[in-house]
Design a protein around this ligand. Sequence first.
Ligand code: FES
Length: 105
Amino acid sequence: MSNDKWIDALGTDELPSDDVVGISVEGRDIALYTVGDEVYATDNMCTHGQARLCDGFLEGHEIECPLHQGKFDVRNGQPTCDPVTVPLRSYPVRIEGSRVFLQLD
Ligand code: FES
């Protein structure tokens, strides 16, 4: 179920530059990615195993899992490289002033 609730997640000054960071938002483990001026959010836990994507390697719009090197497109959570086959959940991001808001479902 989706709703229109935007959650204040962190300050824009806490965003990494062309990198990934793991944050906790309302008890959920979320990965935030910056690619140029764009910011994307997905679940932080890989869908293939027990690895946090914030410990992985971001290249362009792809995050590489640190455990088996599976890859996802951070824009929509879709798998782009074996062995991952199940998409990550991805979440809308909005920047307002100096804050980053997420819409979790
Ligand atoms: Fe991420 Fe296996 S745990 S690719």
